[in-house]
Design a protein around this ligand. Structure first.
Ligand code: COA
Length: 161
């Protein structure tokens, strides 16, 4: 069964060892970089990051990072990120893709966001590479709607909480 666990010293290497297909490299930062960003978000005192290891029973299969107020640490970030939650990073290891794990991870991520751990917000935001059709369809199926804004070279989409 798919579930989320905190990233800790214990599972850190298993999570940073997870990989995606080469063709997917433009779609997501590697997990080590994401964890560094999580540290910067937290130490800035202005943003918040919740990095999660995704497990299928005992097996680490992916990484999910939920954000809050992500715009405060990103230059030129879209206004909608301010005071809202975000699905900041998502990846499923190449050996475990296409089994429904990505969909279940998004569902669990939204369940976590709906507990509003940093206080009440109106939206969950995210962004994806315009060529990432799999991500676009996956997020749209949860009700995410494109805003017309770009975050760098990525398309921004939001879900009203
Ligand atoms: C996007 C990603 C997380 C999806 O994870 P996954 O476990 O493979 O996804 P699932 O098996 O849950 O499938 C989710 C949907 O995507 C579709 N899908 C999955 N892989 C696909 C592929 N290679 N091509 C087309 N559709 C695909 C599935 O059919 C499914 O749709 P359905 O539920 O309507 O049938 C994974 O492909 C990934 O890690 N990609 C690289 C990183 C990335 O793009 N992250 C998102 C950044 S915004």
């Amino acid at each position: 069964m798919i579930h989320l666990e905190k990233v800790t010293y214990k599972n850190f290497e298993a999570i940073t060892d997870l990989t995606i297909f080469k063709s997917q490299y433009p779609f997501v930062a590697d997990n080590t970089e994401s964890l560094a960003e999580a540290y910067l978000a937290v130490t800035s005192g202005e943003a918040c990051a919740y990095p999660f290891a995704v497990y299928d029973d005992e097996t680490p299969v992916g990484f999910l990072m939920i954000g809050y107020n992500e715009s405060s640490i990103e230059e030129n970030a879209p206004e909608i990120l301010k005071g809202n939650y975000s699905i900041w990073r998502l990846m499923i290891d190449k050996n475990y893709q296409g089994k429904g794990f990505g969909r279940e991870t998004v569902r669990l991520g939204l369940e976590f966001i709906k507990t509003q751990p940093q206080g009440k917000a109106e939206y969950c935001t995210l962004s994806y590479n315009p060529e990432n059709e799999t991500a676009r369809k996956l997020y749209a199926s949860f009700g995410f709607v494109e805003t017309g804004d770009m975050d760098g070279d990525e398309v921004v989409a939001v879900l009203k909480l």
